[in-house]
Design a protein around this ligand. Structure first.
Ligand SMILES: [Cu+2]
Length: 166
């Protein structure tokens, strides 16, 4: 499976202190790991994951996105498999463990749709009230905004591997 050069993964603890209470570490990944549309060859992503006691906070920053993306909202989701050479390699959307089939996609998946601003920059944050664990492996940016009912967002543009739950 191809992994683009230049991807870094860092685990940072909170500032060192003698306190008995330490913030949990966060995960920071720079991507993308794979690009599926030549227009996005220069695109950059940063994904930040912070675990709270009972929630997960996920930030996405995109930059150097192409002109065609500006002023558009792109669907973004956490997926279950690692990015691969084929856009579909990242598999389906990650789903909250134990969620009932009747729960709407937006309440059991992790969505981070991002609006791209002039200059090709965008940022978004989402908080979900559970721990996004190891069954989640990537963040995929799609060509269309997420359909609120179905969760579909069209073809996959770029994919970033994220080691959730580590
Ligand atoms: Cu997706």
């Amino acid at each position: 499976m191809g992994t683009a050069a230049g991807i870094t993964l860092s685990l940072f603890a909170s500032p060192a202190s003698a306190s008995a209470h330490r913030e949990p570490p966060f995960i920071r990944v720079e991507g993308p790991s794979q690009v599926y549309d030549a227009s996005y060859a220069r695109a950059k992503t940063v994904v930040l994951v912070k675990y709270g006691q009972r929630n997960t906070v996920i930030d996405l920053v995109v930059s150097e996105f192409p002109r065609e993306a500006i002023n558009r909202r792109l669907g973004v989701h956490v997926h279950t498999r690692r990015c691969g050479a084929n856009p579909d390699d990242s598999g389906p959307h990650y789903t909250r463990p134990g969620a009932a089939a009747s729960v709407r996609p937006r309440n059991k998946e992790v969505w981070l749709d991002v609006r791209v601003r002039p200059g090709g920059l965008g940022r978004t944050q989402t908080v979900v009230p559970w721990r996004v664990g190891k069954a989640a492996r990537s963040v995929v940016i799609h060509a269309k905004r997420t359909n609120q009912r179905t969760g579909d967002a069209g073809r996959r543009l770029v994919c970033t591997n994220v080691p959730f739950g580590r």
